[in-house]
Write a protein that binds this ligand. Structure first.
Ligand code: PGA
Length: 260
């Protein structure tokens, strides 16, 4: 069996200015360091707003913190007259490792569709950034098409046609479970993750075994262990609960919550 290092990713969304970002990263890292947290065993990444990235990078570098840095979006363009956009090269210069692509809030409020998201994935690959490709069904899609059809389609659309695939992560986030307190069961998350992995295998081969598939949607310290006990769930994408240092560091230490 392929060993995949679990990834705990904190999506801060449009919360916290750069000073608050520094304070939160310090608290999380101090808590984890005090607990002798092993970052080789579990990878941790935070996704602050763009305006916080430079401060976060400086702090992480100065303190030699082992948390990774992610961005919440990326431009599909390399550079030029695209007011308000942030390029992959700019993110790479700030030591960003991961980029969220196609979060449901981008799809829903900004009309981002599969063809644009495919280009954003290409921008990530061109700049050696790892896209965290977010996929998931709405409540209506769940009722009409079942749970896995839409996430599988969105995954394949994002991966289609690239000359070469770089490293990527898939985050399965049922839209009906985001910020609602409604959580998919760990069995449901496992079943969808398995279908996504098999769809990647049938199109792109054995790379499917190395790819990490995360679950997201109302994840908390109290429910994280159940998801991560599943074979095909390799981490979690955490929204609300990533803004609170105790809760987020509790999620990172999920192994302590697994009741044997
Ligand atoms: P939530 O958000 O944990 O607040 O449900 C998850 C996400 O949107 O990535």
């Amino acid at each position: 069996m392929t060993e995949r290092t679990p990834l705990i990713a904190g999506n801060w969304k449009m919360n916290l200015d750069h000073l608050q970002a520094i304070a939160l990263i310090q608290k999380v890292c101090w808590t984890l360091n005090d607990a002798d947290f092993d970052y080789n065993e579990v990878e941790v990444a935070v996704f602050p707003p763009f305006t916080d990235l430079r401060s976060a990078q400086t702090l992480i570098d100065a303190e030699k913190f082992e948390v990774k840095l992610g961005a919440q979006d990326i431009s599909a363009h390399d550079k030029g007259a695209y007011t308000g956009e942030i390029s992959g090269a700019m993110l790479a210069k700030l030591d960003v490792d991961y980029v969220l692509v196609g979060h449901s809030e981008r799809r829903q409020y900004h009309g981002e569709q599969d063809d644009l998201l495919n280009k954003k994935v290409a921008s990530c690959f061109a700049n050696a950034l790892t896209p965290v490709i977010c996929v998931g069904e709405t409540l209506e899609e769940l009722e009409t098409r079942g749970q896995a059809a839409v996430p599988v389609e969105q995954t394949l659309a994002a991966l289609d046609g690239h000359k070469q695939l770089g490293d990527f992560v898939i985050a399965y986030e049922p839209v009906w479970a985001i910020g609602t307190g409604k959580v998919a069961t760990s069995d449901e998350a496992e079943a969808v993750a398995n279908e996504i992995r098999e769809a990647i295998r049938s199109k792109h081969g054995d790379i499917a075994d190395q790819i990490r598939i995360l679950y997201g949607g109302s994840v908390k310290a109290a429910n994280v262990a159940g998801f991560l006990a599943k074979d095909n769930v390799d981490g979690v994408l955490v929204g609300g609960a990533s803004l609170e240092s105790e809760e987020f560091s509790g999620i990172c230490r999920y192994k302590k919550h697994i009741v044997l």
